[in-house]
Ligand binder design. Structure first.
Ligand code: TYM
Length: 355
């Protein structure tokens, strides 16, 4: 359970972020986007397209803009509704950048250098390894902590980032707020099924937007024939039993995908497939389930993507609502850290300076 925010009304605040890079895939959907849609039923749901995070690796400015619209349209097509959630662009709310700096001054350098994502990317990236890449997790912490969110729906690969953000919030509270929860220590929410979807061609590697194989990645906008082809060609393992096992990563991944698509457990899929004639039948079931799941998203996407003005309007309204929340947190953080002019009560009486 998340520690209480003390917010009036008791509604849970749920926050997550997603990068506007590359085409979004099945892993993003099962690990994250589907949870975002469900979160709208549950509490105050806030979703951020993190364009500033996208600057931490080599990128093309024009492509970034259009990828941002692609993602905004995709999230709406998948079921986010601007009347029921706040959807906004990170760079429209400057409080994220300011809080990043303030929190960076509380974060241990060695910890950032040891983060898996930094280690992997700094080793493989041929071009500039920027300080931005090192600070990526601090910006992510700022994203969430600026909203005092209690719950953060993410895939399995974000666990380490969530741990860092929790530690930063605790350190802030201990150092500046006498242990009071001035910043909420958030909980991650990782789904039971679909938290780590693997590449269909290399099932020991997770499905990714960058660096994975085109053939092993099912994009959310893939047409039916592309989905069927990729699933048919998915790498399987020796044997013919449809069960999960450490030495059967390909079949285990297909079982997990089918379970996620049918919203049931992997055990249930194993039971349903017990009398199947072989991997071919499993693959047919996976392809059919994915086509059914993704078709409505693909259909809604086109008209949404073609109206960039409407997308801008939705993002601008989202940013105004987001900023109203984040600026309150920032005012408290600045005051507690002793930064900027002191907060005064309306009378302006210096004796009433608030801490
Ligand atoms: P990003 O854009 O890389 O991924 C978005 C979400 O998709 C999940 N995901 C997966 N889930 C299951 N299987 C996979 N193969 C798979 N690949 C990706 C990710 O776990 C993520 O939830 N650092 C974040 C962006 C971020 C953020 C935040 C997240 C920025 N600020 C604040 C939460 C809160 C990221 O890389 O997302």
């Amino acid at each position: 359970m998340a520690e209480s925010s003390g917010r009036a009304g008791g509604a849970r605040r749920i926050f997550s972020g997603i990068q506007p890079t590359g085409s979004k895939h099945l892993g993003n959907y099962f690990g994250a986007i589907r949870q975002y849609v469900a979160a709208q039923e549950e509490g105050e749901a806030i979703f951020c397209i993190v364009d500033l995070h996208a600057l931490t690796v080599p990128y093309d400015p024009l492509r970034l803009r259009s990828s941002l619209y692609d993602l905004a349209a995709l999230l709406l097509a998948a079921g986010l509704e601007p009347q029921r959630c706040i959807l906004f662009r990170q760079s429209d709310v400057p409080e994220h950048s300011e809080l990043t700096w303030l929190l960076a001054c509380l974060t241990e350098l060695g910890r950032l250098q040891r983060m898996h994502q930094f280690r992997d990317k700094s080793l493989t990236q041929r071009e500039l390894v920027s300080a931005g890449l090192l600070l990526y997790p601090v910006l992510q912490a700022a994203d969430v902590l600026a909203y005092r969110a209690e719950v953060v729906p993410v895939g399995e690969d974000q666990r380490e980032h969530l741990e860092l953000m929790r530690d930063v919030a605790r350190r802030f509270n201990a150092r500046f707020a006498g242990g009071r929860q001035a910043l909420v220590v958030p909980e991650h929410r990782i789904p039971a099924v679909g938290a780590r979807i693997m590449d269909l061609q290399e099932p020991t590697r997770k499905m990714t937007t960058t660096g994975g194989s085109e053939e092993g990645t099912i994009y959310l906008l893939d047409c039916e024939s592309a989905i069927a082809k990729k699933v048919r060609r998915a790498v399987t393992d020796s044997g013919h039993e449809i069960t999960r096992a450490p030495d059967k990563p390909g079949v285990s991944n297909l079982i997990e995908i089918l379970a996620a698509a049918r919203s049931c457990s992997s055990e249930e899929i194993e039971a349903q497939m017990a009398s199947a004639r072989g991997y071919g039948e499993l693959k047919e079931a996976v392809a059919a389930a994915l086509c059914e799941l993704l078709e409505p998203i693909r259909e809604r996407y086109g008209p949404l993507r073609s109206d960039e003005d409407a997308l801008e309007e939705i993002l601008a309204q989202g940013a105004a609502k987001a900023r109203a929340i984040a600026s309150e947190t920032l005012a408290d953080v600045r005051a507690l850290m002793g930064v900027g002019a002191p907060k005064r009560r309306p009378s302006g009486d210096p004796a009433t300076v608030a801490q």
